[in-house]
Write a protein that binds this ligand. Structure first.
Ligand code: GLY
Ligand code: MN
Length: 457
């Protein structure tokens, strides 16, 4: 946890930005996996963590700007809970650590909010993403599920703070990135034909746990890298496969790392793998070089896509003018996702608040296939932490569909693409801080160029 002053200052700025009303923070509760006492890993809501620092189930909080009160609602542990789960500091002690001096029992929030509503105070809340949030909003504020859209002043105020990482947050994120790099290096060394994907996943996840952390999202460790978010780990690794890892650590304070790497199952890439890998590598390195305040991330994405088209033209997979291909969206058959996303207390930072606010500063997102998956398009500013993760994929179903639709015949050589249907996918990912005059990689380097990857194997 940071010092109490950090939380006090964050709340003070939030109050100033929102100006009036009651700001409601929905904490996360325990959630049963297959029965109530056998719960999923507990994870506090990231906005609650940001303003109140406490990672315990059963808490909710309000900031009553009009009455100048900050209250954490929760119950002290019963003797039964202490007998089974062990002792803990009291709620009062926990609250004082984050500069909160007012507590009320958990049930008190209903009356508090009813009274505030009766007095005509506006009640600000964030869009719910868990069933328990939705039930609370229905019970406490009477808002039907279909109308729980959240309050825009609250969303915008949170984004305006959390998008700019402080020095102490960067230290935490860098810890997560260093553990994440160790996860990748351990797995990259281990992959070999004859292993199951789950054995590789276990090695890299073990590194995160051994460092006292957890995972920032479900691990991708697969020979089917062409499936972008592939969480199946049951395949046997064969000679000639490409193995794609996308995995990250979360520190005990909740900050995320997120990296990807792609390695040959054998000690060396085949000539065909290396040729495509080198294109992907250029996309990555040139994108990193372009990072600086003032450039839009959309421009960096376009640059990465153009580099891919130029590279695939040399291989014979694409043709025509690269700028036209990217503008029209032809590149997305091989690169159907974005270049990266904000990262912080969430691996996709604040995705629950809406990408339009976090990544586009309120501007609408593109609806073009591929480009619509770019989570971040806005002008970069110092303090942003983001990922760089271009990729090249051969997705048989997508190729078949586009070919049947005769899409982008001027840009795609479908006959040649047909011969890559067994290729898989390549993605590499690193995490960067935007600085006053450029960018800085967060965490130690993982092997990135084909030579670096082969040297590690
Ligand atoms: N690392 C998973 C993702 O960025 O979507
Ligand atoms: Mn990512």
């Amino acid at each position: 946890m940071f010092s109490k002053e950090t939380y006090i200052q964050r709340r003070a700025l939030l109050k100033k930005t929102i100006g009036s009303g009651v700001v409601l923070f929905l904490g996360n509760d325990d959630m049963g996996l297959n029965y109530a006492d056998n719960a999923f890993r507990y994870r506090q809501d990231s906005t609650f963590l940001y303003y109140f620092g406490l990672s315990f189930a059963g808490l909710n909080a309000i900031i009553d700007i009009d009455e100048d009160k900050e209250i954490i609602f929760g119950d002290e542990l019963s003797i039964d809970a202490i007998v089974w789960m062990g002792t803990q500091p009291t709620l009062k002690e926990k609250s004082e650590r984050v500069g909160i001096t007012l507590n009320q029992p958990a049930a008190g929030i209903t009356e508090y909010l009813h009274k505030a509503a009766q007095k005509g105070q506006s009640i600000h809340y964030l869009p719910p993403y868990r069933p328990e949030h939705k039930i609370k909003l229905l019970e406490w504020l009477g808002i039907p599920f279909a109308h729980q859209e959240g309050s825009l002043p609250f969303i915008k105020a949170v984004v305006a703070q959390r998008n700019y990482k402080s020095d102490e947050e960067i230290v935490e994120i860098e810890k997560a990135c260093n553990i994440t790099a160790d996860m990748h290096i351990a797995a990259m060394k281990a992959v070999a034909p004859g292993m199951y994907e789950y054995e590789v996943a276990a090695i890299l996840e073990g590194v995160a746990f051994a460092a006292g952390g957890d995972l920032s999202f479900p691990t991708i460790a697969t020979i089917n890298g062409q499936t972008l978010h592939n969480h199946y780990h049951g395949n046997l690794v064969k000679p000639g496969d490409l193995f794609l890892i996308d995995a990250g650590a979360e520190t005990p304070m909740g900050y995320a790392g997120d990296m990807s790497s792609t390695i040959p199952a054998d000690k060396k890439f085949t000539a065909r793998q290396r040729e495509i890998y080198e294109i992907q590598n250029r996309m990555h390195l040139e994108s990193v070089k372009a990072l600086r305040p003032g450039i839009t991330f959309m421009e960096v994405y376009d640059l990465s896509a153009r580099i891919m088209v130029e590279g695939l033209k040399q291989v014979g997979l694409m043709k025509g003018n690269a700028e036209d291909a990217v503008r029209e969206g032809a590149h997305a058959m091989f690169y159907p996702h974005g270049l990266g996303h904000m990262m912080g207390l969430d691996v996709h930072d604040m995705e629950n608040l809406g990408e339009v606010w976090v990544g586009y500063d309120g501007q609408p997102k593109s609806t073009q296939f591929g480009r619509k998956s770019l989570r971040l398009g806005r002008t970069l500013e110092p303090g942003f932490v983001l990922t760089i993760e271009p990729g090249i994929y051969f997705i048989p179903e997508l190729m078949d569909k586009w070919r049947a639709e005769k899409k982008f015949m001027d840009f795609i050589n479908y006959d040649m693409a047909e011969t890559y249907k067994d290729f898989g996918g390549i993605r590499n990912e690193e995490d960067y801080l935007i600085t006053a005059d450029g960018s800085r990689r967060l965490g130690k380097q993982i092997p990135l160029t084909p030579d670096e990857v082969e040297a590690l194997r």
